[in-house]
Design a protein around this ligand. Sequence first.
Ligand code: PGA
Length: 253
Amino acid sequence: MSRRPLIAGNWKLNLGPAAAAAAAGELVELVAPIRDVDVVLFPTALSAQRVVEATSGTSVGVGVQWVSPHDTGAFTGRNSASMARELGCTWMLAGHSEARADLGDTDARVNGSLRAGMASGLLPMMALGEPLEVRESGNLEAFLAAQLSGGLDGLMADQVSTITLAYEPIWAIGTGVTATPQQAQDTHAFIRSWLRDNYPAFVADQVRILYGGSVKPGNAADLLAHPDIDGALVGGASLKPADFIRIIEAAQG
Ligand code: PGA
């Protein structure tokens, strides 16, 4: 089954409102001729309004990097899914390794964030990935299976089929070290087989699995050529539209 490629830019805590609006505006122009790739930006929540405005009426989607399992209430410093939706975001990210480390996200909270986002009509993306010592100790598959079963716990097959997964080995994020295309393909194939083992077949067929971790214009085509790599979640190289568009172009059929 062919899945539509998706290239997402994770801007993390970069690009304040003015810089984010400028970068999004530039990207919109560059993306205009591209028809067969979905493009999503995850700006910091403080820049999201400006990015929504800059991409309004275009094919570029905007997402929020983190949402609370709670929609409203006494949760100082958090983002609400329904408020992100009201602002014009259509996507959400959950489970990024930086949020797992900095914000203390557990698989249970990732699950709560996904539920809150889906209840508000946001398209969910869940990131997962292992530290180097897990890969080296031979426990990769058990580690990823635990993140999948914890993050997706209790969700119906129809819901899981709408989730985009982003496999990001922690040792490859922001380090300049990329998983080899074969390592990425093998891990994506494992994730898809886990979906096949746990849900009806349409779920594994539909779910897009992105690779993330030092994706650059120079390595994107090799990664994206593999059958189970349906796109990329790009950090550093998404900050410059001239670089990011080259990764988007590499995803074109
Ligand atoms: P990177 O970040 O492309 O800068 O490695 C990827 C990510 O954390 O999503």
